[in-house]
Write a protein of this length. Structure first.
Length: 189
C-alpha cells in the first residue's frame, strides 16, 4: 500500500528547535498535538483552522504553552483519512514525539495569510465594540461560535446577545481601525 501524498515539505533551516522561540507578545493558536504516530517522530494533530487541513500550510510552528514555546519547522505533513499527521524537524523518534503530546500549536501573527476584503480572522473581531445602526452601544464581542449555517457573535453588554455574523444582513460594517462593528440588531433582541 502506497504512503499518502506529502502535502507540505521542507522549511527554511533558519528555525532551530533547540532554541526557545523569541519572546513575542502574541501567538495565534491553531491546534494541538494529540498523540504520536509510529516510531519516527510523527504526531497526530487537532486543527482549529478552517478548513482543518489549513494548519498544514504553515511552515513554522510555535509549539508549547503559556511562556514556554519552541519553534519547529514543519518537515512533512499529510492527511491520512480523518487524521492530520505532522513531522517536525528535530523530532525524530517516538520518545521525542511523546514529549510534545498536549502541547499547543501556534503561529506568529505575521505568518497569517492576508484575507480577501470582507473576510476576518475571529481573533480580529474579539474585543470590538458593537453598536446598532442608530449608534446605540450593544456591548463588546467576547467570542464567536460555529453553528453550521453561519458563525454567531457573542456580544456582552448589559446582557449577552447572540448575533449572527452575516455580513450585509446583520453585520453592516466592520471597522478594525476604529475597533467597532455596526449591526442591524434591535437592542431588545
Amino acid at each position: 500500500m502506497a504512503a499518502p501524498p506529502v502535502l507540505a515539505t521542507a522549511v527554511p533551516a533558519a528555525v532551530d528547535p533547540a532554541v526557545p522561540a523569541a519572546t513575542t507578545p502574541e501567538r495565534v493558536l491553531i491546534g494541538e498535538i494529540k498523540a504520536v504516530f509510529g516510531t519516527r517522530g510523527w504526531v497526530k494533530i487537532h486543527s482549529e483552522t478552517r478548513p482543518r487541513e489549513a494548519i498544514l500550510d504553515y511552515r513554522a510552528w510555535q509549539v508549547g504553552h503559556q511562556q514556554d514555546w519552541r519553534a519547529y519547522p514543519l518537515e512533512e505533513s499529510r492527511v491520512q483519512g480523518p487524521v492530520l499527521l505532522a513531522k517536525l524537524r528535530g523530532v525524530d523518534d517516538r520518545e521525542a514525539a511523546e514529549a510534545l503530546i498536549g502541547q499547543r500549536i501556534a503561529v506568529l501573527p505575521a505568518d497569517l495569510e492576508p484575507l480577501p476584503a470582507g473576510s476576518y480572522y475571529w481573533r480580529d473581531l474579539i474585543g470590538l465594540s458593537v453598536v446598532d445602526t442608530a449608534g446605540m452601544p450593544l456591548g463588546i464581542v467576547q467570542g464567536l461560535a460555529e453553528t453550521g449555517s453561519n458563525d454567531v457573535l457573542r456580544v456582552q453588554g448589559e446582557r449577552e446577545r447572540l448575533i449572527p455574523f452575516v455580513i450585509g444582513l446583520y453585520v453592516i460594517e466592520v471597522d478594525l481601525g476604529a475597533r467597532r462593528m455596526t449591526v442591524d440588531w434591535q437592542p431588545e433582541d
